[in-house]
Design a protein around this ligand. Structure first.
Ligand SMILES: [Zn+2]
Length: 156
């Protein structure tokens, strides 16, 4: 299950890196061990639950991911797919075998009913991603595949 880093850092999904960094540093201060001791004494009256309940580890993890554009865009698409799936909006199921493989980019693709495409990379598959949003419209498909651990069965 993917963590919602935007919710953890309490920033908008389209926040700039600078905005995210500012918020990250603010949260670090709040979670600083010295501060936390003071807070524990008065937290019942002063601190909102949402601030105290987030582990520092999650905050750091969120920042490490969102600060890097490539990782962030990959994370964004995974998060979007996860949310759509949670809402039961998966539109179709595809078998990985039915998808077109492109060796140059190591991606699998399948046409959508609009003129867009569903594209998933081998890297994403290895990470366990199995839902893809169309490159053009908002339809989403779930991809069925089995991890290739039975290569010995291939003919020689
Ligand atoms: Zn589409």
């Amino acid at each position: 299950m993917l963590k919602d880093y935007y919710a953890i850092l309490n920033v908008a999904q389209d926040a700039t890196v600078a905005e995210i960094k500012q918020q990250y540093q603010k949260l670090l201060l709040i979670h600083h061990p010295d501060k936390q001791q003071q807070q524990q004494q008065q937290q019942s009256q002063t601190l909102p639950v949402s601030v105290t309940s987030i582990p520092l580890q999650d905050i750091k993890e969120a920042w490490e991911c969102l600060r890097q554009p490539t990782q962030r865009s990959f994370y964004d698409s995974s998060l979007k797919a996860m949310k759509l799936r949670a809402n039961g909006q998966v539109n179709d199921d595809i078998d990985l075998d039915d998808m077109e493989y492109d060796e140059d980019s190591s991606t699998y693709s399948s046409p959508c009913r609009c003129s867009g495409e569903y594209i998933i990379s081998e890297g994403e598959l290895e990470l366990g991603v199995d839902t893809v949003v169309c490159s053009t419209c908002s339809l989403i498909v779930r991809i069925h595949y089995e991890l290739a651990d039975d290569e010995d069965n291939e003919e020689n």
